[in-house]
Unconditional design. Sequence first.
Lengths: 305, 322
Amino acid sequence: MSSTTVAASPRSIAWQRRRRALAQAWGLYRRHVPGMIGLSVLLVVVVMALLAPVISSHSELDVVNTVDHQRWASPAQVPPLGTDDYGRSVWAQFAWGARISLLVGLAATIIAIVIGSVVGIASGFYRGIGSAILERITEWFLVIPFIPLAIVLAAILGPSVRNIIIVIGITSWPSTARLVRAQVLTLKERLYVERSRALGASTRHLMGRHIFPNVSPIILANLTLTVPVAILSETTLAFLGLGDPTRASWGKMLEESFKAGALTRDAWWYYLPPGLGIMAVVLAFTLIGTALEEILDPRLRESRR
Amino acid sequence: MNLRFVTRKVLAALATLAFVICFNFFLFRVVEGDPVANLFRGKNLTLEQRLELRKQFGLDGSQSEQFVRYLEQTVQLNFGRSYTTNRPVMSDIWERAWPTIALVGVSTLLSTVFGVMIGIVAAWRRRSKADYGWTGFTMATYAMPDFWLGMLLLVTFAVTLGWFPVGGITDTGSDATGLAKLVDQAHHMFLPALTLTLAYLGEYALVMRSSLLETMREDYLTLARAKGLRDVVVRNRHAVPNALLPVVTLIAINFGFVLSGAIAVEAIYSWPGLGLLTYDALRGPDLPMLQGLFLVFSAAVIFMNLVADLLYSYLDPRVRTE
């Protein structure tokens, strides 16, 4: 309360500066048309996923409750999206499936980003044997083909939402690690970091004040670009039958529609919505990520003008 | 290319391969719990069956004994017998490798050619209608799950229009030989190849576009223009060859990855390659088959990475002197 009259503490100055930087970035973002389109699309999907219990009925997902329903009903017969081979509502699957697809995409990304950032910062900041080992491990994971590794892991761990998140998380971190490491390597050589070190700054201070704040924009942009990859991975794994058998996801809808013969029946209401949903979310995250990259990376910002 | 550079790269690739082989061993043993119990969840097994399975997986004896035995067998390319066909895993993989190599080879070729062309058009006329249109198109194909794109093409061109067969590699019961057989196979390959081409085209287009944009800032292009060369000549003789470098390495690396990336698409079109083999092995689950496939896929990526490294240093002398 008294902060307006008392001389500002270094901490409050830092916070003011951060808030100003954030406001400035948001100002730039708001004028970025593709970025705003991506954000709006994502908002619509997130709201739909959150409102799934309101806008659809969960009981429609269970075969037990739909025995007397019409099978393969078209959207005209059973609005809004018809039914599948068990008489389950496709709309309910779509709305509830959005939750699993988004959850897996976001949670797996967080795991990947945390591992990637820690490994990247550590192997970039420190020198010596440990750093060399981390670098080699990153390179190894980069060449192990992702889908076969994820398949083998998911087959061994067993199909569940938790395991799919873990599998995608621990197979998607190497590219983040490499990106962060490269950035830390150049940051470390900057004059102000060297000066700070010469003044006797501890490792903790260097990390907390100089290295981490400067790599965090890159980590943020990379995060939004990793989510679409994670969502597409979930789709592929679910299609291969490695998804949670008890929870609807967009990937699982595609798997089940394919297996039930929706293609030959021309039951477009079953296989079109999940694919379009995935496409919308992936495009949204790609647009947001590219916009963030352009705003947060001054070099790209310049080249846009 | 000097010998020391090549030796270093080859040794690094071998080290990676050794890592993958060891990793493959621990993958099936370090996981919490009993892999046999996990894989046969829900299937009632007697104690004898359980012990027999453990023996088949090489899970009997001490850890170090298991490891030595595993290494011996891997070096001999012996990955055990498949549960479903009871044939050696390696002979199944070998048989199925050719359809995949053909499919992936054709799609890689087509997606590179068209991707590079799109990238050139988009970059050279930056911010034009063509740029926005093509960049939008490539982003859309990138955002689709590749197998969903395959499903859409299958419905449109095979089920509804009937122009192409819905799956397989030859007509069932066909005993055509020679040219007729080749035509039949090409007819079957068209839709899966189109799917993979469209799915991978976006990446090449985007890489080519950004690489060419980078090259367009170089001084030698300004010089070429100052000499009074025509726009087409500046583009085709000066800009594009230099901008192609990153694409060339991407092709080699991707070829390795695409071998395994075609799993779902092969499943959609029942194309009898490594992808369909993986898909079927997952149904079992046919564990020895999965392990063998994992090693083969990894080895392919490592090998193609090595090729990419060597190719790049051959094409760009700056890398060698580093």
